[in-house]
Design a protein around this ligand. Structure first.
Ligand code: ADP
Length: 576
């Protein structure tokens, strides 16, 4: 066992001895293969709980890193979260973790479940790259766990030593243009050259390649001569032109949402599909790990929650983190997930995760008001860029340590992720979380915009005012985008609005609005207004402008248009 891990165990020894029940933990350690039946018997033969605990620790101290990790996981599973946290910082990097860490491969998420069938499928494909270069594509929806899977698949000693003795190099790509791509490849080349110089000081560092072509050649040279038989992992590729920059006869594992990307490059290819959701059992296990319980003992709502999350590991993690903090809210969060209130604003997005939106909203809601505002500021982060806390300390005018504290709160809620390979730590959001924040900011902006203009629409419009025209044209659009359904209802189902808008812009835009937002509006009432407009459109184009109340009174008396006209006529009569 590593020195750091052993020292940590020794320091925490008395707390551990005092609290743990060895018999519970040993079951897990046996199934991990780090403890034998004989050893268990010997420990069980001790007369008291405390002596059993002491014997287990004594034995553990003589074992390897793997045993330490297994013991740590057993603590988590048996609800000794506090004790586990004493050991967390000294969790050793299992070989070949050192190789992976050097290559920038992300660690496992703190709460992690294995997906053995999938991992094995990827490993099997990677074994095909043992003798020749080629491509393995891992494809699936956003948030389905592709990156975690890619990282997990190379956490295998035999695979690395047999197939990729040159190491594993991770590169996060995401959506980027040529200039960004050049920067990414430049920094990869720099990293590779630096590492190879540490190993062989006689090799020289080169200047940064200045163009994409030059960068590609540099990378080809490095992969061929300095890192033969290494694996390049390209995480989250969107565009085939990006992939072409890596078409340099090397071994590549890529993750993407687009299955056909590798069609454009040369060499042998294989692929693994990641289903969009976890198996039910795995998703339940994530929830159980968060709430420190056993999957069998989760409340009845757990299965429904998993169903509502569509098994998405990202969403399950968000909900799990909420439940860890509020363990009696199972029914409440199930209900939250079942609401579909974000659906409409997102119809144009590339995915349809109502559940993600609900879970994000719920997680943001339980932040303190101050932290909530700070979290929303994280929209300033670029996609696929990891930042140290210091970057935000400038924006927020806080000390980096204070920013770390704020971030810790976000990380605990799965609202932010931390890369612990680097010191200082680097932080990043999942793409879908950034999309959510961007959408939320935009809606917020829109709500603000709309409220600031409401007064203008109350008085009679002044013709020729550009801004006023803009609002008559686009107010409905912004309301729909901002999800202000009630406001949209009252606006579009108001005879006053119809009159004013028709007077300024003619009836065509009005008719178009009813069609455009048809799905949001009440079908019957919408029918009343559409019928009125289609019968009277030509009149509404006339000047002088006709009396809309008179026109509306000729609608059938079951129509909402008629009802409003009648009210207005009666009002006129009483006013005289
Ligand atoms: P993708 O690359 O498909 O967009 P990620 O691999 O980034 O998705 O996963 C998104 C999030 O889902 C992770 O940050 C993590 O919180 C959670 N997650 C994914 N896979 C697992 C897993 N096997 N166990 C636990 N959580 C997971």
């Amino acid at each position: 066992m590593e020195e750091g891990a052993r020292s940590c165990l020794l320091q925490s020894r008395s707390s551990l001895e005092q609290d743990i029940r060895a018999s519970y933990l040993m079951d897990h350690m046996i199934s991990d293969g780090v403890l034998t039946g004989d050893e268990e018997d010997r420990i069980r033969s001790k007369p008291t709980r405390r002596e059993q605990a002491a014997a287990l620790l004594e034995l553990l101290l003589r074992k390897d890193n793997q045993a330490y990790i297994s013991f740590y996981n057993a603590l988590i599973r048996e609800s000794y979260g506090d004790l586990a946290s004493l050991l967390h910082n000294s969790l050793p990097l299992v070989s070949p973790e050192a190789v992976l860490s050097e290559g920038g491969v992300p660690q496992r998420p703190v709460v992690f479940v294995s997906r053995p069938a999938l991992v094995n499928r990827v490993r099997e494909k990677l074994y095909h790259l043992q003798k020749e270069p080629g491509w393995v594509t891992v494809f699936g929806m956003a948030g389905s766990g592709k990156s975690v899977l890619a990282a997990e698949s190379v956490r295998d000693h035999a695979l690395i030593t047999e197939c990729f003795p040159g190491g594993v190099h991770w590169l996060s790509i995401g959506q980027l243009d040529r200039a960004d791509l050049l920067v990414r490849i430049q920094s990869l080349c720099f990293r590779l050259e630096q590492q190879s110089q540490e190993k062989d000081p006689s090799s020289s560092l080169h200047r940064s390649p200045g163009s994409l072509e030059e960068a590609k050649e540099r990378l080809r040279f490095l992969m061929l001569h300095r890192y033969p038989r290494s694996l390049l992992i390209l995480d989250d590729i969107w565009d085939s032109s990006v992939l072409k920059a890596f078409d340099i006869q090397c071994r590549v594992l890529l993750t993407t949402r687009d299955r056909s990307l590798a069609d454009c490059v040369s060499g042998s290819k294989s692929e693994v599909a990641v289903e969009s959701g976890l198996e039910e059992d795995q998703a339940l296990e994530i929830l159980a790990l968060y709430v420190n319980g056993k999957p069998q003992r989760l409340p009845e709502q757990a299965r429904s929650i998993v169903r509502e999350c569509k098994g998405s590991p990202l969403v399950v993690s968000l909900v799990g983190a909420l439940l860890r903090e509020f363990p009696d809210r199972w029914a409440y969060y199930l209900h939250t997930l079942q609401q579909k209130k974000f659906k409409r604003i997102r119809k144009s997005s590339s995915y349809d995760y109502d559940a993600l939106d609900q879970a994000m909203a719920a997680s943001i809601q339980v932040l303190s008001e101050e932290h909530r505002e700070l979290y929303i500021d994280l929209t300033v982060l670029e996609k696929d860029v990891k930042v140290p806390a210091k970057v935000l300390s400038v924006l927020w005018d806080l000390e980096p340590e204070e920013v770390e504290d704020v971030f810790q709160d976000f990380v605990n809620k799965s609202l932010l992720f931390r890369d612990c390979h680097h010191r200082p730590y680097l932080y990043y959001l999942h793409d879908l979380q950034l999309d959510f924040l961007a959408e939320m900011n935009r809606s917020g902006l829109e709500v603000g915009l709309i409220h600031s203009t409401q007064w203008r629409l109350q008085g009679p419009p002044t013709s020729g005012d550009e801004e006023c025209l803009y609002w008559f044209r686009f107010l409905t659009y912004h309301m729909a985008k901002a999800n202000l359904t009630q406001e949209l209802y009252s606006l579009m189902f108001s005879l006053d609005w119809v009159r004013t808008k028709a007077q300024i812009m003619g009836p065509a835009h009005l008719i178009n609005d009813y069609v455009e937002y048809g799905a949001i509006l009440d079908k019957e009432v919408r029918g009343h207004f559409q019928e009125f407009l289609s019968l009277n459109g030509h009149q509404l184009e006339q000047r002088p402008f006709p009396d809309v109340v008179q026109l509306a009174l000729s609608q059938p008396d079951s129509s909402e248009v008629y009802r409003q006209a009648l009210l207005q006529a009666q009002e006129r009569a009483t006013r005289g």
